[in-house]
Design a protein around this ligand. Structure first.
Ligand code: ZN
Length: 166
């Protein structure tokens, strides 16, 4: 059955009805280029303003559901968008070349209960004081044990520890 419509792709008027979508809307098909389309589709490309706002909010610690509500995008669109952003991030870590000789190391520690309050674990990080790169890490049940392993890991390049609590 022929209908009076224009194909959004090629501009042809040779359009026929082509069943219904799963949401019950009439689907049309162009006889010239086979493009299928809906009349007055609800989906529209996201505007620059919306994308800019979404990008800005993604940098804050806001749940995705909150961002979707504030910007009037669907949860599924936002999740797909975030997945695409993550996929575009290079998976290789760049390690800066190190000069030979002295290395100034800064130590940091933190602890957390793991699973329950009877299991306190210490995490020690050793950082290059100049570049802030993590050069050593260890996790242990005792504070002094963890500290000892960290220092071993850095080896004979250890020159100065700026912040170290043992
Ligand atoms: Zn067409």
């Amino acid at each position: 059955m022929r209908v009076e419509m224009t194909c959004p792709t090629c501009g042809s008027h040779e359009i026929s009805k082509n069943g219904r979508t799963r949401r019950g809307k009439q689907n049309y098909k162009c006889r010239d280029c086979n493009r299928q389309f809906l009349e007055n589709p609800q989906w529209k490309p996201k505007g620059k303003d919306t994308l800019g706002l979404v990008n800005l909010l993604l940098l804050k610690k806001i749940p995705l559901a909150g961002i979707a509500r504030a910007t009037s995008v669907s949860d599924s669109w936002l999740q797909d968008y975030v997945n695409a952003c993550y996929a575009a991030v290079p998976k290789t870590a760049a390690v800066l070349p190190k000069a030979k000789g002295k290395l100034k190391v800064q130590m940091d520690e933190l602890w957390s209960f793991v699973t329950d309050k009877g299991n306190k674990q210490w995490v020690w990080l050793a950082m290059d004081a100049d570049t802030r790169e993590i050069i050593g890490c260890t996790i242990g049940g005792k504070r002094s044990h963890a500290a000892g392993l960290s220092l071993q890991g850095i080896g004979n390049r250890l020159v100065a520890i700026i912040a170290c609590c043992v």
